[in-house]
Design a protein around this ligand. Sequence first.
Ligand SMILES: [Zn+2]
Ligand SMILES: [Zn+2]
Length: 316
Amino acid sequence: MNSPKYQILLYYCYAKIENAAEFAETHLKFCKELGIKGRIIVADEGLNGTVSGTPEQCKIYMDTVHADPRFAHTDFKVDASDTHAFHKIFVRYKPEIVHLGLRNGNDVDPTVKTGKHINGEEFLNLKEQDDVVVLDVRSNYEHMVGKFKNAITLDIENFRDFPQKINELEHLKGKKIITYCTGGIKCEKASALLLENGFEDVYQLHGGIIKYAQETGGKDFEGVCYVFDNRVTVPVNKVNPVIISKCHHCGTETPRMVNCSNPECNEHLPMCENCGWEYEGACSSSCKEHPRKRTYDGTGYYAKPGVLADNSSCVV
Ligand SMILES: [Zn+2]
Ligand SMILES: [Zn+2]
């Protein structure tokens, strides 16, 4: 077997960081010297990142993070890749690693209270029980291309809309709830918030869909998993895969996801290969004619340094 040319690391760690803004600067310097690329958020409450590099660079990166006692328990999800998953390295300070928008002491602290962590095998067993519901805490454009069979999804554009949706889940009180997301980071807060709101038996899929795929082969995950790097989506299920998304233009089944090539629209949509080229990656004729339209290269992914400014929870 050939060893992979690159690795993609996905990780988060909730841990108190004093002077987080300063730490972000030092960390950026370290990443630049090491030569890894990606996006990292440093907040008072912890670290969150997706980075890519050679296996050697990635090993040094993981060892260095683990050597810091605050981050010793960080769980890295490691994927093999033929190329870098990013064009540059960004390390940004943000108030939160995942933005929930709760203010004034109403915020949840997953290091104090959060849902019970379960691994892929435990998830497979638990979700078959009668009194169990599986809850997808991700946004529309994510569960549109892939989700667990029979999972409950929420009509949200952004994770910060999650708290307002909790009242729609009132009828599920008394059941066991398992939350899941891409890499596990959102579930730390989402499950904590459910507990806070009177849901008593709350579990979270530890390491999210990405780790589940590695642990179990991805059984019962329908579609593909949206990711926040230039792969756009990754396959999950090798056991019983199906496609659940349809091309926005022609309606053919397709697991491909693109961001509209008009930067002012940037809508995330499923789009088949043919329509991608025909519409030049745009979601509509008007977006196709937009003067600032970006050049479609067949991926539908655009390196956008501004993305973190707009959406702090975009890493995992
Ligand atoms: Zn199409
Ligand atoms: Zn558009």
